[in-house]
Design a protein. Structure first.
Length: 202
């Protein structure tokens, strides 16, 4: 049993996987498979199958479950650099390089991601359980985070460069959190400034 990541052209994100698998591999996909194999070797990332070879327009990257986080850290940035999307079939997550923002996304039980996309925020917030948390960070001491405290209670906080600029509020839905995080990443203060923020002291 392996932990898989599926890598494919971002333009085919909405195409059925069966169709992608039956499409002849493009030279770019063949080249990326070689690039990902080399990147895995350089990072000492164990692959369950080596070298990687495309299945149509999809490159399946299988690793041991113990190397799942390392696989994300190595494969996702390399795929994004080539304009390829990544699908995590274990968690049902799609990562689209066309909307990516530089930074990191961290969760309590689904691991970390070396990139941020608005879609990833939406997907993870939609399945957040009580006591789960999610953090999006774009620089040291610059992040927005949320923890679900009850069925209709989400703690929402952001830090703007230091502990002296740390603010918190509460909202009622995952959709409100996701919209605030997307807006914060985009520099759209109107998407989150309307809440009753209070300075958090440490």
């Amino acid at each position: 049993m392996s932990y898989d990541l599926w890598v494919f052209p971002a333009a085919t994100l909405d195409v059925d996987e069966t169709v992608r698998a039956e499409t002849p591999s493009s030279p770019a996909t063949v080249a990326l498979a070689a690039t990902l194999t080399a990147a895995a070797r350089a990072a000492d990332l164990p692959l369950s199958i080596e070298p990687l070879e495309p299945q149509g327009e999809t490159i399946v990257v299988p690793t041991p479950f113990s190397a799942a986080q390392q696989a994300r850290n190595v494969i996702i940035p390399a795929a994004f650099a080539a304009g390829y999307a990544v699908h995590d079939p274990q968690l049902g997550l799609d990562l689209d390089p066309r909307t990516a923002v530089a930074g990191t996304l961290s969760t309590d039980d689904r691991g970390d991601f070396p990139v941020i996309t608005p879609g990833l925020i939406d997907q993870l917030m939609a399945v957040m359980a009580v006591d789960d948390f999610l953090i999006v960070g774009v620089a040291d001491q610059t992040y927005m985070q949320s923890a679900r405290r009850a069925e209709d209670e989400y703690q929402l906080e952001y830090r703007a460069g230091s502990a002296q600029e740390h603010y918190g509020t509460e909202v009622a839905t995952a959709a409100q959190v996701a919209a605030a995080m997307r807006g914060w990443l985009a520099g759209d203060e109107a998407s989150y400034r309307g809440y009753d923020w209070e300075k958090v002291t440490f």
